[in-house]
Design a protein. Structure first.
Length: 227
Protein backbone atom coordinates (compact mmCIF):
# COMPACT_ATOMS: atom_id res chain seq x y z
CA UNK A 1 0.00 0.00 0.00
CA UNK A 2 1.48 3.33 -1.11
CA UNK A 3 0.70 6.13 1.35
CA UNK A 4 0.13 9.49 -0.36
CA UNK A 5 0.00 13.01 1.07
CA UNK A 6 -1.72 15.75 -0.96
CA UNK A 7 -0.50 19.35 -0.48
CA UNK A 8 -2.85 21.57 -2.46
CA UNK A 9 -4.54 24.81 -1.37
CA UNK A 10 -7.37 24.59 -3.92
CA UNK A 11 -9.84 22.74 -1.70
CA UNK A 12 -11.96 21.33 -4.52
CA UNK A 13 -8.94 19.81 -6.26
CA UNK A 14 -7.49 18.55 -2.98
CA UNK A 15 -10.75 16.83 -2.05
CA UNK A 16 -11.07 15.30 -5.53
CA UNK A 17 -7.54 13.91 -5.36
CA UNK A 18 -8.13 12.55 -1.86
CA UNK A 19 -11.29 10.74 -3.00
CA UNK A 20 -9.62 9.36 -6.14
CA UNK A 21 -6.59 8.10 -4.23
CA UNK A 22 -8.70 6.56 -1.46
CA UNK A 23 -10.73 4.67 -4.08
CA UNK A 24 -7.62 2.84 -5.32
CA UNK A 25 -6.98 -0.57 -3.74
CA UNK A 26 -3.22 -0.05 -3.66
CA UNK A 27 -3.11 3.63 -2.60
CA UNK A 28 -3.94 5.33 0.70
CA UNK A 29 -4.32 9.09 1.26
CA UNK A 30 -2.85 10.04 4.65
CA UNK A 31 -4.14 13.60 4.36
CA UNK A 32 -4.95 16.53 2.09
CA UNK A 33 -3.68 19.87 3.41
CA UNK A 34 -3.23 23.35 1.99
CA UNK A 35 0.12 24.44 3.41
CA UNK A 36 3.66 23.13 3.76
CA UNK A 37 3.51 23.78 7.48
CA UNK A 38 0.57 21.40 7.83
CA UNK A 39 2.23 18.83 5.57
CA UNK A 40 5.51 18.45 7.43
CA UNK A 41 4.18 16.47 10.43
CA UNK A 42 2.10 14.24 8.14
CA UNK A 43 5.16 13.48 6.01
CA UNK A 44 6.70 11.88 9.09
CA UNK A 45 3.91 9.29 9.43
CA UNK A 46 5.23 6.76 6.94
CA UNK A 47 4.28 8.70 3.82
CA UNK A 48 5.66 7.22 0.59
CA UNK A 49 4.76 9.96 -1.90
CA UNK A 50 3.65 13.59 -1.81
CA UNK A 51 1.62 15.45 -4.42
CA UNK A 52 2.92 19.01 -3.96
CA UNK A 53 1.52 22.22 -5.43
CA UNK A 54 4.07 24.95 -6.20
CA UNK A 55 2.14 28.07 -5.26
CA UNK A 56 1.01 27.76 -1.67
CA UNK A 57 0.32 30.22 1.15
CA UNK A 58 3.32 30.55 3.44
CA UNK A 59 6.21 28.38 2.29
CA UNK A 60 5.94 27.45 -1.39
CA UNK A 61 6.12 23.99 -2.88
CA UNK A 62 9.83 24.23 -3.67
CA UNK A 63 10.64 25.06 -0.05
CA UNK A 64 8.27 22.32 1.04
CA UNK A 65 9.94 19.80 -1.23
CA UNK A 66 13.38 20.67 0.14
CA UNK A 67 12.15 20.41 3.73
CA UNK A 68 10.48 17.04 3.23
CA UNK A 69 13.44 15.58 1.33
CA UNK A 70 15.88 16.84 3.98
CA UNK A 71 13.92 15.14 6.76
CA UNK A 72 12.70 12.11 4.80
CA UNK A 73 14.92 11.47 1.74
CA UNK A 74 13.05 8.26 0.93
CA UNK A 75 9.76 10.13 0.28
CA UNK A 76 8.99 10.86 -3.38
CA UNK A 77 7.70 14.38 -4.06
CA UNK A 78 5.67 14.85 -7.24
CA UNK A 79 5.01 18.45 -8.23
CA UNK A 80 1.41 19.07 -9.27
CA UNK A 81 1.29 22.44 -11.00
CA UNK A 82 0.07 24.56 -13.87
CA UNK A 83 3.43 26.38 -13.99
CA UNK A 84 5.69 24.97 -16.72
CA UNK A 85 8.42 27.61 -16.54
CA UNK A 86 11.69 25.65 -16.96
CA UNK A 87 13.32 27.74 -14.22
CA UNK A 88 10.62 26.69 -11.76
CA UNK A 89 10.93 23.04 -12.78
CA UNK A 90 14.71 23.20 -12.45
CA UNK A 91 14.43 24.73 -8.96
CA UNK A 92 11.99 22.04 -7.88
CA UNK A 93 14.27 19.36 -9.30
CA UNK A 94 17.22 20.78 -7.36
CA UNK A 95 15.05 20.71 -4.22
CA UNK A 96 14.51 16.99 -4.72
CA UNK A 97 11.28 16.64 -6.70
CA UNK A 98 10.99 13.36 -8.59
CA UNK A 99 8.23 14.31 -11.00
CA UNK A 100 6.08 17.00 -12.57
CA UNK A 101 2.39 16.54 -13.30
CA UNK A 102 0.10 19.09 -14.88
CA UNK A 103 -3.10 20.08 -13.09
CA UNK A 104 -4.80 19.90 -16.47
CA UNK A 105 -3.55 16.38 -17.08
CA UNK A 106 -5.48 13.13 -16.74
CA UNK A 107 -6.13 11.58 -13.34
CA UNK A 108 -4.76 8.32 -14.74
CA UNK A 109 -1.37 10.01 -15.24
CA UNK A 110 -1.29 11.12 -11.60
CA UNK A 111 -2.21 7.66 -10.33
CA UNK A 112 0.39 6.05 -12.60
CA UNK A 113 3.06 8.41 -11.28
CA UNK A 114 2.14 7.55 -7.70
CA UNK A 115 2.48 3.87 -8.51
CA UNK A 116 5.82 4.26 -10.31
CA UNK A 117 8.69 2.62 -8.43
CA UNK A 118 11.26 4.79 -6.68
CA UNK A 119 14.77 4.87 -8.07
CA UNK A 120 15.88 8.37 -9.00
CA UNK A 121 13.76 8.71 -12.13
CA UNK A 122 12.34 12.16 -12.84
CA UNK A 123 8.91 11.88 -14.45
CA UNK A 124 7.46 14.67 -16.58
CA UNK A 125 3.80 14.17 -17.44
CA UNK A 126 2.76 14.54 -21.08
CA UNK A 127 0.81 17.76 -20.55
CA UNK A 128 3.67 19.44 -18.71
CA UNK A 129 6.22 18.28 -21.27
CA UNK A 130 4.03 19.42 -24.16
CA UNK A 131 3.78 22.88 -22.63
CA UNK A 132 7.55 23.06 -22.33
CA UNK A 133 8.01 22.06 -25.95
CA UNK A 134 5.20 24.13 -27.49
CA UNK A 135 6.63 27.22 -29.26
CA UNK A 136 3.23 28.93 -28.93
CA UNK A 137 3.80 29.20 -25.19
CA UNK A 138 6.24 32.02 -25.84
CA UNK A 139 9.81 32.74 -24.87
CA UNK A 140 9.04 32.30 -21.15
CA UNK A 141 8.94 28.54 -21.57
CA UNK A 142 11.89 28.23 -23.95
CA UNK A 143 15.14 27.05 -22.36
CA UNK A 144 18.38 28.58 -23.54
CA UNK A 145 20.30 26.79 -26.27
CA UNK A 146 17.66 26.26 -28.97
CA UNK A 147 20.00 27.63 -31.63
CA UNK A 148 21.86 25.06 -33.76
CA UNK A 149 24.78 23.54 -31.91
CA UNK A 150 27.68 21.36 -33.01
CA UNK A 151 27.93 18.06 -31.17
CA UNK A 152 30.47 15.29 -31.53
CA UNK A 153 29.36 11.77 -32.25
CA UNK A 154 29.99 10.77 -28.65
CA UNK A 155 28.07 13.77 -27.35
CA UNK A 156 25.10 12.77 -29.50
CA UNK A 157 25.25 9.29 -28.01
CA UNK A 158 25.31 10.74 -24.50
CA UNK A 159 22.48 13.14 -25.34
CA UNK A 160 20.23 10.33 -26.56
CA UNK A 161 20.95 8.33 -23.41
CA UNK A 162 20.05 11.40 -21.34
CA UNK A 163 16.81 11.52 -23.30
CA UNK A 164 16.19 7.88 -22.34
CA UNK A 165 16.46 8.88 -18.69
CA UNK A 166 19.98 7.80 -17.78
CA UNK A 167 22.22 9.52 -15.24
CA UNK A 168 25.99 9.90 -15.88
CA UNK A 169 26.71 6.71 -13.92
CA UNK A 170 24.36 4.66 -16.11
CA UNK A 171 25.62 6.40 -19.25
CA UNK A 172 29.17 5.38 -18.34
CA UNK A 173 28.10 1.77 -17.94
CA UNK A 174 26.16 1.77 -21.22
CA UNK A 175 29.03 3.29 -23.23
CA UNK A 176 31.77 1.45 -21.30
CA UNK A 177 33.54 4.67 -20.32
CA UNK A 178 34.56 6.08 -16.95
CA UNK A 179 32.09 8.01 -14.82
CA UNK A 180 34.45 10.99 -14.96
CA UNK A 181 34.34 10.93 -18.76
CA UNK A 182 30.55 10.58 -18.78
CA UNK A 183 30.16 13.53 -16.40
CA UNK A 184 32.49 15.53 -18.64
CA UNK A 185 30.31 14.86 -21.70
CA UNK A 186 27.17 15.83 -19.75
CA UNK A 187 28.80 19.06 -18.60
CA UNK A 188 29.81 19.89 -22.18
CA UNK A 189 26.25 19.23 -23.36
CA UNK A 190 24.80 21.50 -20.67
CA UNK A 191 27.20 24.26 -21.73
CA UNK A 192 26.49 23.86 -25.46
CA UNK A 193 22.74 23.75 -24.91
CA UNK A 194 22.77 26.65 -22.46
CA UNK A 195 21.12 24.46 -19.81
CA UNK A 196 21.55 24.27 -16.05
CA UNK A 197 20.21 20.76 -15.53
CA UNK A 198 19.66 17.55 -17.49
CA UNK A 199 15.95 18.36 -17.62
CA UNK A 200 16.62 21.72 -19.32
CA UNK A 201 19.19 20.09 -21.62
CA UNK A 202 16.76 17.44 -22.86
CA UNK A 203 14.03 20.05 -23.40
CA UNK A 204 16.46 22.36 -25.22
CA UNK A 205 17.74 19.50 -27.37
CA UNK A 206 14.19 18.53 -28.29
CA UNK A 207 13.38 22.12 -29.23
CA UNK A 208 16.55 22.20 -31.36
CA UNK A 209 15.54 19.01 -33.17
CA UNK A 210 18.33 16.94 -31.66
CA UNK A 211 15.91 14.65 -29.86
CA UNK A 212 12.42 13.49 -30.90
CA UNK A 213 9.57 15.27 -29.16
CA UNK A 214 6.51 13.26 -28.18
CA UNK A 215 3.38 13.93 -26.18
CA UNK A 216 3.93 10.88 -23.99
CA UNK A 217 5.25 10.91 -20.46
CA UNK A 218 8.99 11.42 -20.39
CA UNK A 219 11.32 9.83 -17.86
CA UNK A 220 14.46 11.80 -17.07
CA UNK A 221 17.02 10.55 -14.63
CA UNK A 222 17.18 12.87 -11.65
CA UNK A 223 20.11 11.35 -9.79
CA UNK A 224 22.64 13.98 -10.94
CA UNK A 225 20.56 17.13 -11.06
CA UNK A 226 23.42 19.60 -10.90
CA UNK A 227 26.19 17.92 -12.85
Amino acid sequence: MTKVLVVEDQRTLADALELAITAQPDLECVGAVGTVEAALPLAATGTDAVLMDIHLPGSDGIEGTAAIKAAHPEVRVLILTADTDPAVLAAATAAGATGFLSKSGALADILAALRAPAGGTLMVGGAALAALLDPADGARNVPHGVAPVRLTGRELEVLHLMGEGLAPRAIAERLVISRHTARGHVKNLLMKLGAHSQLEAVVAATRAGLLPGEGKTAHLRGADRTV
